[in-house]
Ligand binder design. Structure first.
Ligand code: AP5
Length: 219
């Protein structure tokens, strides 16, 4: 199944995508993660993306579309995938539509995760990730607190905040979402594949709602 997770920053797209990967084995395609990896590796892509990301602006479409398409051509995509953070505006959505049509594919489900902006700011400010290379530990000092705000419970590595997780950048990310990404809900709505999910609920409840929609479609 090819699934797209839509929703504002902090809606829980990454959290839910990881659960879907664990449950169904569909790879997560997160352009945000790919860009952060490129930044850490110091590649030309990472260097180009850095200033846009720190300002909460979209990285130019010509860069992101190429990265996403290359990932979607991977041999591990044949059984389905979870798109997280791509597409992010109409230009990217149209490029994806064209790419899928050329390959005789389509999206099967578009999950629109809705959360109030004030909840989002608190969630994002509370997010802490483990810097350990193999760990992937993900905590939230308000909603899933580690024993210490600086140390990963899983591996003892240092917990860090993303460089774009400060209040000023979050506000801009929300504005960019409202202006550029939110219109995608109506872009996809006529396909009949959009479902609206309450993202303010507990992560387990959000996951159960998404899972129910998947199972309906799998028969
Ligand atoms: P990206 O990495 O995609 O960030 P984002 O869309 O802003 O989303 P987040 O990762 O902040 O939130 P999320 O919805 O995944 O929430 P999460 O599950 O982590 O993009 C970053 C930047 O890269 C962009 O600003 C842009 O510059 C660039 N970029 C990326 N893709 C691009 C593209 N296609 N085109 C152009 N530029 C692009 O949850 C957040 C926190 O809340 C966590 O701590 C989590 O534990 C907690 N949480 C989650 N769910 C719940 C819940 N139900 N209850 C309580 N807490 C919860």
């Amino acid at each position: 199944m090819n699934l797209l997770l839509l929703g504002p920053p902090g809606a829980g797209k990454g959290t839910q995508a990881k659960r879907l990967v664990a449950e169904y084995g569909w790879p997560q395609v997160s352009t945000g993660d790919m860009l952060r990896e490129a930044r850490s590796a110091g590649t030309p892509l990472g260097k180009e993306a850095a200033s846009y990301m720190d300002a909460g602006e979209l990285v130019p479409a010509n860069v992101v579309i190429g990265v996403a398409k290359e990932r979607l051509m991977g041999s591990d995509m044949a059984g389905g995938y979870v798109l997280d953070g791509f597409p992010r505006n109409l230009e990217q959505a149209e490029a994806l539509d064209e790419f899928l049509t050329e390959r005789g594919e389509s999206l099967d489900l578009v999950v629109n995760i809705r959360v109030d902006p004030d909840v989002i700011v608190k969630r994002i400010l509370g997010r802490r990730a483990c810097s350990g290379p193999e760990c992937g530990g993900d905590f939230n000092i308000y909603f899933n607190p580690p024993a210490s705000e600086e140390v990963c419970d899983d591996c003892g590595g240092e917990l860090v905040q993303r460089s774009d997780d400060n209040e000023e950048t979050i506000r801009n990310r929300l504005e960019v979402y409202r202006r550029e990404t939110e219109p995608l809900i109506e872009h996809y709505r006529p396909s009949g594949k959009v479902v609206d999910i309450d993202g303010a609920a507990e992560p387990d409840e959000v996951y159960a709602a998404i899972e129910a929609e998947i199972e309906k479609r799998r028969g």
